[in-house]
Design a protein around this ligand. Structure first.
Ligand SMILES: C[S@@+](CC[C@H](N)C(=O)[O-])C[C@H]1O[C@@H](n2cnc3c(N)ncnc32)[C@H](O)[C@@H]1O
Length: 259
């Protein structure tokens, strides 16, 4: 799902990542002079913001996708960027003041272990922060896509819809994950960001490349079925002519590592 070129991801959901990263860093209180880690760094949007705030020599990123790691190394020169997974972080205990993870926990094989690892590598009193899309609600790009797909093939699509398949899509689910890792003073709140599109074609172009669950579904369809989905999706978005903007809501959690 995340072996596509980073440019395709950036044109897809990654379009929202820089704005989301700024809001997540603000919520986590990341400031100059801190050491910060980006877990599941993808194509590097959050790591780039962390490097602006803390300096590239003070930040690190990790992701299992080699094309994404390569793209992040180019995007954030001077930062340490590793191929690896959240469940086994190659960092020392308490190495970071802040560990952040943007849109990642739903993709972990073992989210509880991932959160324990993020807590382990964060110093006592430091911050662990992350976010997930509001898949069933106001993540317009994805929810409208799945609504269109379900209208055409309700039985086939329902088991694939991110509204149902994502374990962490509501504030209580995210907060429970943070608290079960032993994090303290856990605070959960929404973040709303926007992305602009030149036209519907600009939005649709990355779907057939197969990035993420929605892209993988679109790419799995044959020519006619894919064209029907594209048309239904376009109708669901109000048949936009020319440029338009979509909003996307995420839930973010911030917690503190205890003594
Ligand atoms: C939706 S993308 C988010 C990327 C980036 N954080 C952003 O905000 O644009 C999910 C990312 O999680 C990564 N991922 C999947 N399994 C992972 C794991 N076990 N540990 C760390 N990252 C993982 C994927 O490779 C992908 O880059």
């Amino acid at each position: 799902m995340f072996t596509a070129p980073a440019a395709a991801y950036d044109q897809f959901v990654g379009r929202y990542s820089p704005a989301l990263a700024r809001a997540l860093c603000a919520a986590a209180g990341v400031t100059s002079g801190q050491r910060a880690l980006d877990v599941g760094c993808g194509s590097g949007a959050l790591l780039e913001v962390l490097a602006e705030l803390c300096g590239p020599e003070n930040v690190a990123g990790i992701d299992p996708s080699e094309p994404f790691v390569e793209a992040t190394r180019v995007r954030v020169p001077g930062a340490r960027v590793e191929v690896g997974s959240a469940e086994a972080l190659p960092f020392a205990d308490g190495e970071f003041d802040a560990t952040l993870s943007q849109l990642v926990v739903n993709f972990l094989t073992d989210p509880d272990q991932g959160l324990r690892e993020m807590s382990r590598v964060t110093r006592s009193g430091g911050v662990v922060a992350g976010c997930v899309w509001d898949y069933g609600g106001e993540m317009t790009l994805l929810r409208t896509f799945w609504d269109a797909a379900a209208a055409l093939d309700p039985e086939g699509v329902e088991p694939l819809m991110e509204t149902y398949t994502m374990r962490f899509a509501r504030p209580d689910e995210l907060g429970d994950l943070w608290r079960s890792a032993g994090l303290e003073d856990v605070d959960v709140a929404p973040i709303v960001v926007h992305a602009s599109y030149d036209d519907f074609e600009d939005l649709w172009a990355p779907f057939p490349i197969g990035v993420g669950p929605a892209g993988a579904y679109a790419a799995s369809l044959g020519g006619e079925a894919q064209a029907a989905l594209r048309d239904e999706y376009r109708r669901n978005l109000g048949d936009p002519e020319g440029p338009f903007t979509l909003s996307a809501r995420a839930w973010r959690a911030v917690g503190r590592v205890g003594a």
